[in-house]
Ligand binder design. Structure first.
Ligand SMILES: NC(=O)c1ccc[n+]([C@@H]2O[C@H](COP(=O)([O-])OP(=O)(O)OC[C@H]3O[C@@H](n4cnc5c(N)ncnc54)[C@H](O)[C@@H]3O)[C@@H](O)[C@H]2O)c1
Length: 342
């Protein structure tokens, strides 16, 4: 099934779309922060002739755990739902990952739609149907593939997005710039953010339609993610920021000098602050990174991992690297990495 991505001019038009859904029962999962900012506009009474079951999600990433998953599922089941109920997730990537996992599993799967409210979810997390919660062993290790029916993007939500979250979203935008020349061009020319969001969302949609289960071209979207997830876990930094430093790390140890120069140019064009990696002037965490990598779900063998490298803008390829090879090069580079800044 293909997702319909639509740009919405107002929150009212989102309520209209929910009204038009072909169901009599709507399960709403709304991010706590979104509810505190927008409950006056997202008036549930505007959803007419439908039963609305509302579940407020705790702030951000905290919700992606097995206990909240069970609580929410039991809550919806107790309220009485059926196979044609439609779930609508309103929030950032954490809410859509969590709510999408409910939609994928409850009653063996119901239809669902997303209203992404963070930059990162508009350009990335809401597209492609990967849904998941976290395990004690790592991020997103319990999940499914479940395509949403609709993604309704309304950039008005960005007015209340904290700057640190905007910078995090820009980290994923920067990733797309390496994968597609037209997105790179928009970013370097400082095009309006709405145009960049549109281009990223449609680029991801194209790749995921070609390769839904990530056996080929979709893997390139993981640029910066294997190291990024490890850095997110080790330093507790926002996802997109971790992806940016994950890209820097993979380019430093396996890429070329132009990769790093492109990162600097794009960071400036996209106004992403910060020159120091999270490991700057600290002992480089090789051991922790290696432990994390071995649990990454992107590994498809016990002793190696697929890493995404970029020869030049728009020209990404997958390279299989053994853990031994990665560990050796990290060990050899640790002193240089410790002092490295962009
Ligand atoms: N499924 C995928 O393909 C995919 C891709 C990338 C990332 N992800 C996941 O997405 C998550 C990160 O998403 P995120 O960066 O959106 O983080 P998030 O959902 O945790 O949101 C970040 C913070 O911003 C707040 N927020 C969101 N929108 C807001 C708004 N408009 N106004 C004010 N506050 C707002 C949230 O409450 C939260 O505190 C991670 O869990 C990551 O694993 C999934």
């Amino acid at each position: 099934m293909k997702t319909l991505i639509k740009n919405m001019s107002s929150l009212d038009s989102i309520m209209d779309e929910i009204n038009k859904l072909d169901t009599d029962t709507v399960l709403l999962v709304v991010d706590h922060q979104i509810w505190s900012h927008y409950s006056k506009e997202l008036v549930l009474e505007k959803i007419e002739n439908k039963k609305v079951i509302f579940w407020k999600s705790p702030d951000g990433e905290k919700v992606k755990n097995i206990n909240d998953f069970q609580n929410a599922v039991e809550f919806f089941l107790e309220k009485g739902i059926h196979r044609n109920a439609h779930l609508v997730a309103i929030g950032g990537g954490a809410v859509s990952d969590f709510a999408g996992f409910i939609a994928a599993t409850i009653l063996r799967g119901i239809h669902w739609s997303i209203v992404p409210t963070s930059l990162l979810s508009m350009v990335d997390a809401s597209i492609g149907g990967k849904v998941a919660i976290n395990s004690k062993s790592g991020k997103n290790l319990i999940g499914a593939y479940h395509m949403p029916t609709n993604v309704w993007i309304c950039s008005k939500f960005l007015e209340t997005l904290p700057p640190v979250e905007k910078d995090s979203g820009m980290g994923e935008v920067l990733k797309y710039c390496f994968l597609d020349f037209s997105i790179y061009d928009l970013a370097i020319k400082k095009a309006p953010l709405e145009d960049i969001i549109d281009a990223c969302a449609n680029f991801k949609q194209k790749l995921t339609n070609e390769d839904f289960k990530e056996t080929g071209i979709r893997k390139t979207l993981n640029l910066g993610h294997s190291f990024g997830h490890a850095l997110e876990f080790i330093y507790n930094i926002p996802h997109g920021e971790a992806v940016l430093w994950g890209m820097v790390l993979v380019f430093k140890i396996f890429g070329n000098e132009k990769n790093i120069n492109d990162i600097i140019a794009l960071k400036n064009a996209l106004n992403i602050p910060g020159k120091n990696p999270p490991w700057y002037n600290k002992e480089f965490p090789t051991e922790k990174i290696m432990t994390y990598l071995s649990k990454d779900k992107k590994i498809s063998a016990l002793s190696s991992i697929d890493l995404v490298l970029v020869q030049d803008i728009g020209n990404a390829q997958i390279e299989v690297k053994t853990f031994e090879e990665i560990q050796t090069v990290l060990e050899e580079s640790k002193d240089e990495l410790k002092k490295f800044t962009l």
